[in-house]
Design a protein around this ligand. Structure first.
Ligand code: CTP
Length: 403
């Protein structure tokens, strides 16, 4: 319930994407927020206010049903109540009104009266979106304090055209609202967090490579949690099944050596370094220039050579000066191995999990982890969502930073 005690005022303007704001309302409610919806007259032509009312359990403010006298008073209380004011979807019309200071209905009046951060997610026909007037309105608002945009995606639009203008993914919009709503709790604001995630892959020939089962879910959860807590996050990712995270710089790499290079450069600026990637310890000594043919051989041996140990190197270089966090995935002697790794790699702590424990494997949304600190303290955690564990890891990192 990350959004408990937060009020999100959601302005819905009239476009075909208005129905997607229902999904957003439901996600905000599930995260514990109080959601107050304001619909424009044309939005109410696309989706009924009753749908928003049922999901939000709050009356919907709409010009359809209220005399100007009523909304002229109500808009002030809604404007004050907002922790975040979101306009999803935002039409060219509402963006134009906001940018020009026109307040002639419930939504435009309330948004003008609010001091809350404003999140605008445009959705419209490509030609409208690319219209220089719309672009100039967006640029004008984007340059002002307190206005944030989640830009539309490219795709097939309801009008049949293909191009930019499709409402951004609701998950991305939700994350951005969450980040703005939690800004006063943003204990990582001003901090640079570097996270590695996913699996490295080590080429054998142009067709084949050696890799592992990592999906990157743990590392991506950490990156996202750090971003929501206000950090400037860079993610160095190997093979992963996760979607890129809006607002996070992501460097995609393939091999351990590429990850090593990227981490070496990026770690210089980082305050917190988290190595959650599953890095291959060995790589084929030679990558064949052409596809290896099986011929008549019954056996094939691969000669492997050691990859650099990235965590050890960063620990040696920055241990005690930056927060260094490692992971350990084991199938036996979890705590002993993790303790050894923590000491040898000079990490502040190691997050260890046993692959054989139910709910702790590759690709799951949960983890069952123990945290082993350099002073030998061991804390065992029950099965939980990776995102929750990510926040526990970051709590510890913040704690160490403050010392
Ligand atoms: N790690 C690393 N570079 C490597 C191997 C591992 O930075 N070449 C990091 C991992 O990202 C993880 C930690 O070291 O944070 C422990 O990784 P793990 O694979 O569990 O341990 P290893 O050090 O490889 O030791 P072993 O394979 O013997 O268990």
């Amino acid at each position: 319930m990350l959004l408990k005690d937060k009020t999100i005022v959601l302005g819905v303007s009239g476009g075909i994407a208005a129905y997607k704001a229902l999904d957003l309302t439901s996600r905000l409610i599930k995260a514990g927020a109080e959601v107050k919806v304001i619909m424009t007259r044309s939005a109410a032509e696309f989706v009924t206010p009753l749908s928003f009312q049922s999901l939000s359990k709050n009356a919907v403010a709409s010009d359809m049903f209220e005399e100007p006298k009523v909304w002229e008073i109500r808009h002030i209380s809604l404007a004050k109540a907002a922790d975040v004011f979101a306009v999803v979807p935002a039409t060219a019309n509402i963006i134009g009104k906001i940018a020009s200071g026109i307040a002639d209905d419930m939504l435009s009046t309330t948004i003008m009266a609010t001091k809350a951060p404003k999140l605008i997610a445009p959705a419209m026909n490509t030609n409208m979106f690319e219209n220089p007037i719309v672009q100039s309105n967006i640029n004008k608002l984007g340059s002002l304090d307190g206005y944030h945009f989640v830009m539309p995606e490219s795709g097939r639009l309801a009008c049949g055209d293909t191009g930019r203008g499709k409402l951004a993914d609701i998950g991305v919009i939700f994350d951005e609202i969450m980040r703005l709503a939690l800004r006063d709790k943003a204990d990582l604001r001003g901090k640079k967090v570097l996270v590695s995630a996913g699996a490295t892959s080590e080429p054998i020939d142009p067709v084949r490579f050696i890799t592992n089962h990592s999906t990157g879910k743990m590392g991506f959860s950490i990156a996202k949690a750090a971003y929501l807590r206000g950090a400037d996050v860079t993610l160095v990712s190997g093979r992963s099944t996760c979607e890129p995270i809006n607002g996070i710089k992501t460097v995609n790499i393939f091999t351990a050596e590429e990850m090593h290079k990227a981490m070496t450069v990026l770690s210089k600026d980082a305050d917190i370094i988290i190595m959650s990637a599953a890095v291959a310890d060995f790589r084929p000594e030679f990558e064949a220039e052409h596809k290896i043919k099986k011929g008549s051989d019954e056996k094939l041996s691969l000669s492997l050579v050691r990859n650099p140990d990235i965590l050890s190197e960063l620990g040696r270089q920055y241990g005690g000066r930056k927060v260094i966090i490692g992971f350990a995935m084991e199938t036996r002697a979890l705590i002993e191995s993790a303790m050894k790794k923590c000491a040898e790699k000079n990490a502040d702590f190691i997050v260890a999990n046993n692959l054989k424990t139910e709910g702790a494997g590759f690709g799951t949304d949960t983890n069952v982890a123990s945290v082993i600190e350099k002073d030998g303290t061991v804390t065992e955690y029950p099965k939980m969502e990776k995102f929750k564990l990510a926040n526990i890891i970051l709590d510890k990192a913040v704690d160490i930073l403050s010392k």
